[in-house]
Design a protein around this ligand. Structure first.
Ligand SMILES: *[C@@H]1O[C@H](CO)[C@@H](O)[C@H](O)[C@H]1NC(C)=O
Ligand SMILES: *[C@@H]1O[C@H](CO)[C@@H](O)[C@H](O)[C@H]1NC(C)=O
Ligand SMILES: *[C@@H]1O[C@H](CO)[C@@H](O)[C@H](O)[C@H]1NC(C)=O
Length: 219
């Protein structure tokens, strides 16, 4: 028994020594857990997120995960389609993520970039908790198969500079009004081409209030 204990202790010491030496940042345990819960609810037929697997591994090295170099906090999630040419190659629909979005994302306190574009969430609503990811500066849900009413809670993302709600299939996403958008005063790039705005009578007045806007796409 004591021999086993001794070996374990040695392994632990050398592991932490190694980390210090290589100046590696390892993700926080709570954030690793959050990513694993998020993955559990995601449909990932091609197992693209197999590198997220372990409960002991470093989640900063996982596919699509970017951590802050000095703190190890997860700051970006790139879960869209890899690139245009690859997208054609992977056009087969099982490559796309589906399922649902677990609110465990809220435990990624410093997440500022979330790309879920070009997936297939089969018409489910954009969850309103996305509006509580307060650090987001980039949110891309274009062509990702969300449907229904866009939650007005997105208006709480006051740091947002990029908002992608584009799509080729008009009418799957809709808005009751656009008042919430006028809260996004830092917004520079807005793509609402995937949304039916016919109920938003005042869209022009709202869009006019966005003084930082440099790019606008509507359907
Ligand atoms: C993190 O490190 C990588 C590689 O060393 C570097 O390219 C990148 O700019 C750094 N990012 C930040 C935010 O410091
Ligand atoms: C923003 O969040 C606050 C509470 O944090 C809530 O009361 C308010 O309704 C939210 N605003 C929108 C537009 O969702
Ligand atoms: C969303 O992602 C797609 C695919 O990468 C890109 O073409 C589009 O410009 C992005 N939208 C925004 C608002 O950045």
């Amino acid at each position: 028994m004591s021999v086993v204990f001794g070996i374990l202790t040695l392994a632990t010491i050398s592991a932490s020594f190694c980390n210090g030496n290589l100046d590696n940042v390892v993700c926080k345990k709570s954030e690793r857990q959050a990513l694993l819960s998020f993955k559990q609810d995601l449909k990932d037929s091609k197992n693209r997120l197999s590198t997220w697997a372990g409960t002991e591994g470093d989640c900063c090295t996982g596919t699509g995960v970017v951590c802050d170099n000095s703190t190890g906090q997860v700051i970006e999630l790139h879960l869209g389609t890899p690139s245009l040419s690859e997208a054609e190659y992977f056009a087969h629909s099982s490559y796309k993520f589906g399922g649902k979005l677990n609110p465990s994302l809220l435990n990624l306190e410093y997440l500022n970039y979330l790309d879920l574009s070009y997936n297939d969430f089969s018409g489910i609503q954009i969850p309103s908790f996305i509006g509580s990811l307060k650090s987001l500066t980039y949110l891309n849900l274009s062509e990702s198969g969300f449907g229904g009413t866009i939650p007005h809670q997105l208006g709480n993302l006051s740091s947002l500079r990029y908002l992608g709600l584009g799509g080729r299939y008009e009418g799957s996403l809709e808005v009751e009004n656009l008042h919430w958008i006028s809260e996004l005063s830092l917004l520079q790039h807005l793509d609402m081409s995937g949304a039916d705005l016919s109920k938003a009578f005042d869209w022009l007045r709202v869009i006019n209030k966005l003084s930082s806007l440099v790019e606008l796409r509507l359907s």
